[in-house]
Design a protein around this ligand. Structure first.
Ligand SMILES: Cc1cc2nc3c(=O)[nH]c(=O)nc-3n(C[C@H](O)[C@H](O)[C@H](O)COP(=O)(O)OP(=O)(O)OC[C@H]3O[C@@H](n4cnc5c(N)ncnc54)[C@H](O)[C@@H]3O)c2cc1C
Ligand SMILES: NC(=O)C1=CN([C@@H]2O[C@H](COP(=O)(O)OP(=O)(O)OC[C@H]3O[C@@H](n4cnc5c(N)ncnc54)[C@H](OP(=O)(O)O)[C@@H]3O)[C@@H](O)[C@H]2O)C=CC1
Ligand SMILES: Nc1ccccc1C(=O)C[C@H](N)C(=O)O
Length: 436
């Protein structure tokens, strides 16, 4: 049986090791960092994330869903906090029951590492940053000077993937990469529990839409919320221009007055916590020589605004597993098939994720947007199974992302045509009446 090296024991790599170990492979999982179960929580990365149907489906297939979801907090809609006026709740689904799940990144990664470590054939090597790779030989080199060899090498080492960089160095013009950073960054702030209770409704994803910026907050099991500011990196009202304690306080008093009370350590948190980068990675090819491939963020990092990056990475693992089934574990056939199956889908979610930023930071506060959502839910009620909202298809189904994009476009065209015909009918009737 073939020997597989997986680089990166993050969310995607550790799940991938579980799947491959279960197929009977000998898997070596190389992680640049020390064991997070020993060293504790990490800084500088998102604390919690929203897991939805695609990610849950991948976990369910190997019996990990119940354990992972045990501590998850279901969020059934958006709680919008306008600058003036009352908060309002906008459910994600027609029934109001469907939820995306807030889950700790650390807890999820730990559960996946435990599962990978318990899978026969899987060995995890921490403190092993990949620094060299020869795709033709399957040899890997690490920062400490050690080396290894494998029949198959899978790079699951995240948005700034070393594997991707090494493939580019190997293939030269035969490999293309674009990294498009947003002019926005993110910074996390903690909304602690108040008198031992959640300071906000834990059944919702909270949004403070402010036009060109926003803050969101997701609940944690310890009754705190992790808030994330998504602000411009430079220019006015940006992370660069708001730095002094007085400027931070003034900006929050003017733009997020309710948060001053909810975040007692606002200034310290703000000044202490890093600003993270946001961007989209596109590269091609995802596989070389039928023996080295990229998976998860390493192949297609996206902006986080749909809450789908990890979900999409988990779907990659399911697709690769399916391709191995379809080809009788012939990797030279399975890897191109995997790339073919996932590329269009990852491009579709990358695009939808960028569009969701505008929806969240701006449109959710618009009364016409709310009206549109109500009309959408009404159409879903009138045309069950025929009209299904984009949100429902992305978050609560495993319909391939590219198909979601096509279907939603068609639905909008039909609704647009029907609305146009109704307007034309009404106009004709009016003209007839006026000219009678
Ligand atoms: C602010 C923010 C919020 C997000 N929220 C959500 C959300 O709500 N829902 C969702 O689905 N997704 C979300 N995401 C996206 C999600 O975090 C990623 O899509 C997901 O982590 C990708 O998993 P991965 O395993 O491919 O990469 P990572 O999780 O980044 O893991 C990569 C691993 O590789 C290791 N590594 C890196 N370099 C090397 C090397 N040279 N050698 C060996 N190991 C290496 C790293 O240490 C790490 O452990 C969010 C992202 C951000 C930034
Ligand atoms: N780099 C890229 O090409 C792209 C990046 N992005 C986005 O930008 C973000 C930052 O990118 P980049 O700086 O390359 O990536 P990283 O995610 O590797 O680094 C971001 C920060 O998180 C820390 N960190 C990363 N992994 C761990 C871990 N397992 N344990 C503890 N701390 C960790 C890093 O610490 P340290 O400095 O010690 O490594 C650093 O402070 C990414 O999360 C991604 O969302 C998006 C598109 C492209
Ligand atoms: N997890 C996130 C992280 C950052 C930004 C948004 C999310 C979301 O999940 C948004 C949610 N899907 C929404 O559309 O309301």
């Amino acid at each position: 049986m073939k020997h597989v090296a997986v680089v990166g024991a993050g969310l995607c790599g550790s799940l991938l090791a579980c799947y491959l170990g279960r197929r009977g492979y000998t898997v070596d999982l190389y992680e640049r960092r020390p064991d997070p179960r020993v060293t504790g929580a990490e800084r500088g990365r998102s604390i919690n994330l929203a897991l939805s149907e695609r990610g849950i489906d991948a976990l369910r297939r190997i019996g990990l869903d119940e354990e992972v979801l045990r501590d998850a907090l279901p969020m059934r809609g958006r709680m919008v906090h306008p600058l003036h006026g009352e908060t309002n709740f906008q459910p994600y689904s027609l029934s109001g029951d469907r939820a995306i799940n807030s889950i700790g990144r650390g807890a999820l990664n730990d559960a996946l590492l435990d599962a990978a470590g318990a899978t026969p054939g899987v060995t995890i090597h921490f403190d092993h940053p990949l620094t060299a790779l020869d795709p033709s030989l399957g040899t890997l080199g690490f920062a400490d000077g050690s080396s290894a060899k494998a029949d198959i090498v899978l790079g699951a080492d995240g948005a700034g993937s070393a594997t991707r960089g090494l493939l580019m160095a190997y293939a030269g013009e035969g490999f293309s990469e674009t990294v498009s950073f947003l002019d926005y960054g993110y910074k996390e702030l903690t909304i602690p529990a108040r008198d031992g209770e959640y300071a906000l409704d834990p059944g919702a994803l909270h949004i403070w839409p402010r036009g060109t910026s926003m803050m969101i907050a997701l609940p944690n099991p310890d009754r705190s919320f992790t808030g994330t500011l998504f602000w411009p990196s430079s220019g006015s009202d940006s992370f660069a221009s708001i730095g002094s304690p007085a400027a931070v306080e003034r900006h929050f008093r003017e733009n997020y007055p309710d948060l001053l009370e909810l975040i007692p350590n606002l200034v310290e948190d703000y000044r202490h916590n890093p600003v993270g980068l946001l961007g989209t990675v596109k590269c091609a090819p995802w596989q070389m020589l039928g023996r080295v491939a990229l998976i998860g963020d390493a192949a297609h990092a996206i902006v986080p605004f749909y809450g789908q990056g990890a979900n999409a990475s988990f779907e990659d693992v399911v697709e690769l597993d399916r391709c191995l089934d379809a080809t009788g574990d012939n990797w030279a056939e399975a890897l191109p098939l995997y790339e073919q199956g996932r590329r269009e889908n990852s491009e579709a979610i990358a695009e939808m994720a960028l569009a969701n930023f505008v929806e969240m930071r701006d449109k959710v506060a618009d009364p016409f947007f709310k009206l549109g959502k109500n009309v959408e839910h009404t159409l879903e009620r009138w045309l069950p199974g025929k009209y299904v909202s984009r949100y429902e298809l992305v978050s609560f189904s495993t319909t391939p992302y590219a198909e979601v994009r096509r279907r939603v476009k068609q639905q909008h065209q039909v609704v647009g045509a029907v609305a146009g015909a109704l307007v034309a009918l009404a106009a004709t009737a009016l003209i007839r009446r006026l000219t009678r």
